[in-house]
Structures are given as structure tokens and as C-alpha cells.
Design a binder for this molecule. Structure first.
Ligand code: FAD
Length: 459
């Protein structure tokens, strides 16, 4: 056991933000307890990152090292805000870091949004990645055309998963039910729709290149969408320039012989569509399911990243049986006593210090809003940890008296009938999943229900 003078810090959420914050705090001799709502760790690394991006998931190795550090403890299956309050955690620890991510999603706010055949990207991704709360989704993939609203990396992940040859997917950790549904999918054409123009897309070049190279598919764009883009290229900052060049190549250039041959053989189509915003999801004659989407035609005012989409008054209907809105994740408040900024959907903070709440910090998507990649989350989490350490050193955060930490929280949880899952419990789940995967040539076969996770953990 450690002397009472080790500062005790509690972290809420075990995604990248939670683990990177913990990693930094352990180095400065803090005792770190991580509380996670699900029985298993790693947040969106497991439930967000696409199954065909296994290399991205290697961060799990670093997180595992952190979790196994003698001064770090993992308490899974503890829903903070329900099983234990933030106030109780603040009493028990010198500091509390909120890193519970962005589990809500932005709605389009248009009529027809609740029709069968309309899904949020968050739920769709959760479905194919095995998030227990999304397993009922069973999306209907019997239509020919799918429309994805939004042009960020998540939109491209969804498009790629919808169009990937099943042989590629079957050796990933995609769930068995998703694999079966995708094997039977009738979707031949995916349109990825954005409000603004080609020079405003929010995806990165890696994801766009994966679409361009996706076996069995060919691009189909509208040449007029690219008017003036070639001329504007020279003034673009470098990453944006390379991204735009790649898009132009897919959209306008005559392919070489080999590429032409590849495209001729392709049976599936993807396309970016620009200057369009959803105004209504259209129902079939029985008003039971999605039959199309009505889009407003926009024009751009201004240029560059700050350009605004302005309605022209024109509309366009697109026939489709599947609509997936990928217009952003959104953090939710989990405790009425914690300040929350509803417009930006973040916890108001300065460098990770939550406003008007001494000893309370935040990191990750809850701190910045749901943008950026894992590396971005890492940097902003290290920043938060540095703020915390600064406050300990300056005396702004009082660590002079001992705090009970997990001792009292464990007692509270036991009294409430909550039995946390430990990190070695998770390793049992991990092993079972990998063993089940091995039999099928997959890295793992994910367990899909909380009940079964708990069963395996406690076996
Ligand atoms: P999260 O990863 O969401 O972690 C939050 C954790 O808090 C979760 O484990 C959640 O269960 C837990 N939690 C929530 N509520 C509570 C509660 N009340 N009590 C206790 N615990 C709670 N980045 C890349 O670099 N490469 C990629 O390929 C990539 N693909 C992505 C694909 C998708 C679909 C998405 C959405 C994101 C992707 N990202 C990718 C971005 C990356 O996932 C994020 O940058 C990162 O996960 C944000 O970390 P976080 O810890 O803030 O949130």
C-alpha cells in the first residue's frame, strides 16, 4: 500500500482521454482510479474505430501498461452519475477528471428523421463494432442506395464498411451479426452528402484514399461540383491541397488503363455530393419506411474553411432506402451539479480546469467537443494532467490531507449492490474473445451483451 501522501485522483471514463490522463498522472506519483460504465475499457478505440483499422487500435497496448501499473486501478461496470455521484467522488479524492466522452449525437432536426431506415452514424458504428446498446439496430440493408449525411472520417468509415467486399471484412473484428447482414446487403451505391463544397470536407486524406482504393468500387461524382476548384488549389494550405487533389483525381481525371479496367469491373459505387442539406426524409406510400431524402441546394458564401452554406431555394429529391446521419457526436451532462455548456455540449473549462469547481477537471471529447483523432485527444489529455499537477504544486489544489479514495467508494458501491469489473476480469473477457476469433481467422469475436461480459468476467 502507498503512503497517504500520494495524491489520489479519480478518472471518469476509460477511453483514450481517461487513459492518457492517467498515464501522465502516474508519472508524478498520483494514485489513479479509473471508473468506466461498461464492463470493458477503451471507449471508442473498441466501439468507434473501424474494424478494418486494426493498426489504430494498437494504443490499447499502452493503455494496458497504464492499467497494470501498481498505482492504477480500473473499476468497470460503474455508471458514474447513477451508481456514484460526482460529489461523492470529489469527497473521496483530491481531484476528479471527467473523461466520459461524447455519447449523444446531433440530430438533423428534419421531418421523417424517425422513419425506419434512418440511423445515426453513432448507432450504426456501434452496431457493427459490438456496442451492447446498439445490437438491436439490425439495420435494413435491402435497398440499393444509401445516403450518408456528413463528410467527416466517421461518414467515410460507414461508407467503406457498407461497400467493402465481405472477404476483407471477415478477417477483421467486426461482429458476426454485422458480417452476416453485410454479406446479404443489397446496397450498391453510397452517396456521401455535404452542406458545403469540396474544399470544406472534414475527412482526412487517409480515409479518402481508402475509398478511392476500395476494391470492387468506383467513384461517381458530379463534375460541376468542382467548378473553380482546380484554380483555387494553389492557394490552399498543404494538407487541404493534397486532399483536394486526390478528390479531383477521383472526380475528374480520365483514369489510366489499369484503373479504368478496375472501375469497369466494379459493381459498387460511391460518390461525394456537395452543396446539399437535408430538409426531409421521404416515406414510402405506406409511411412505414424511408424511400428517399429531400435536399436543399446550397451555394457558398465566402471561401476556405469559414465558407457558409446559404440556401438557394432549390430542392432535389434523391431515392434511397437508407439514410445515415453523420453530423456529429455530442457530450451529455451526467450530473446536475457539474457545470455544462449546452450550446457547445462541453464542460466549460480553461486548460482542463472545470469552471467554478475546484478539484474538478476534464479531458478528451468532453473537454474539446467531438473532433480530432486519438493523437489530438492524447495531447489535450496531457494538457489537462499538466494543469492538475500545476495546481498541486502551486497549492491551488489542496493535497496536504489524506483522502480515502477507492476505500470509501468501494464501500458505497457494495452497499448499492454494484460489483465493479477489475482489469484482470477484463483480461478474461479479452482472452475469450481472442480465442473465439482465432477459430474464425479474426483478431477477436466480440461479446455483444453486458450480461455475457459479466458472466465471463466472473467465471
Ligand atoms: P471515448 O473514447 O468515447 O471514451 C469515453 C469513455 O467514457 C467510454 O469508455 C464510455 O463508456 C465512458 N463513459 C461514458 N459515460 C460514463 C459514465 N457515466 N460513467 C463512467 N464511464 C462513462 N481516431 C483515430 O485516431 N483513428 C481512427 O481511425 C478513429 N476512428 C474513429 C471512428 C469513430 C466512429 C469515432 C466516433 C471516432 C474515431 N476516432 C478515431 C476518434 C477517437 O475515437 C477519439 O479521439 C477518442 O476516442 C476520444 O476519446 P475520449 O476518451 O474523449 O472518449
Amino acid at each position: 500500500s502507498f503512503s497517504s501522501c500520494n495524491p489520489k485522483v479519480c478518472i471518469v471514463g476509460s477511453g483514450p482521454a481517461g487513459f492518457y490522463t492517467a498515464q501522465h498522472l502516474i508519472k508524478v506519483h498520483c494514485v489513479v482510479d479509473i471508473f468506466e460504465r461498461l464492463p470493458i475499457p477503451f471507449g471508442l478505440v473498441r466501439f468507434g474505430v473501424a474494424p478494418d483499422h486494426p493498426e489504430v487500435k494498437n494504443v490499447i497496448n499502452t493503455f494496458t501498461q497504464t492499467a497494470k501499473h501498481p498505482r492504477c486501478n480500473f473499476y468497470g461496470h460503474v455508471n458514474v452519475g447513477k451508481d456514484v455521484s460526482i460529489e461523492e467522488l470529489r469527497q473521496a479524492y483530491h481531484a476528479v477528471v471527467l473523461s466520459y466522452g461524447a455519447e449523444g449525437n446531433r440530430r438533423m432536426g428534419v421531418p421523417g428523421e424517425d422513419l425506419t431506415g434512418v440511423y445515426s452514424a453513432k448507432d450504426f458504428v456501434g452496431w457493427y463494432n459490438g456496442l451492447p446498446s446498439c445490437q438491436e439496430l439490425s439495420p435494413d440493408l435491402s435497398c440499393e442506395t444509401a445516403v450518408i449525411l456528413g463528410q467527416g472520417n466517421v461518414a467515410l468509415d460507414v461508407a467503406r464498411v457498407l461497400l467493402s467486399p465481405i472477404d476483407i471484412l471477415k478477417s477483421t473484428d467486426i461482429t458476426q451479426p454485422a458480417l452476416e447482414a453485410l454479406a446479404k446487403s443489397q446496397v450498391q451505391r453510397v452517396l456521401i452528402v455535404g452542406r458545403r463544397g469540396p474544399m470544406q470536407v472534414a475527412c482526412t486524406i487517409k480515409e479518402l484514399r481508402e475509398m478511392v482504393n476500395l476494391p470492387g468500387t468506383r467513384p461517381e461524382m458530379v463534375a460541376a461540383d468542382f467548378d473553380g476548384v482546380t484554380a483555387a488549389l494553389k492557394d490552399l494550405p498543404r494538407p487541404r491541397k493534397r486532399l483536394t487533389e486526390l478528390m479531383l483525381k477521383a472526380a475528374l481525371e480520365n483514369p489510366g488503363e489499369k484503373e479504368q479496367e478496375r472501375r469497369n469491373k466494379a459493381s459498387r459505387i460511391w460518390g461525394l455530393r456537395f452543396f446539399r442539406s437535408p430538409i426531409e426524409v421521404l416515406a414510402d406510400p405506406n409511411h412505414s419506411r424511408t424511400a428517399g431524402i429531400r435536399l436543399a441546394v446550397n451555394r457558398l458564401e465566402g471561401s476556405g474553411e469559414g465558407a457558409c452554406a446559404v440556401l438557394t431555394g432549390e430542392v432535389e429529391d434523391v431515392t434511397c432506402g437508407l439514410v445515415i446521419s453523420s453530423i456529429g457526436y455530442k457530450s451529455l451532462p451526467i450530473d446536475p451539479l457539474v457545470p455544462f455548456e449546452p450550446r457547445k455540449a462541453i464542460v466549460p473549462n480553461t486548460m482542463g480546469r472545470v469552471h467554478q469547481a475546484t478539484g474538478l477537471y476534464c479531458s478528451g471529447w468532453l473537454k474539446t467537443g467531438p473532433t480530432g483523432v486519438i493523437a489530438t485527444t492524447m495531447n489535450n489529455s496531457f494538457d489537462t494532467a499538466r494543469s492538475l499537477v500545476e495546481d498541486m504544486n502551486s497549492g491551488n489544489l489542496d493535497v496536504s490531507s489524506a483522502k480515502p479514495g477507492s476505500q470509501i467508494v468501494s464501500a458505497l458501491l457494495e452497499k448499492r449492490g454494484v460489483k465493479p469489473v477489475t482489469f484482470s476480469d477484463w483480461e478474461k473477457i479479452d482472452n475469450v474473445e481472442m480465442r473465439r476469433g482465432e477459430a474464425k481467422g479474426k483478431p477477436r469475436e466480440k461479446i455483444l451483451t453486458v450480461d455475457e461480459m459479466l458472466q465471463v468476467a466472473r467465471a
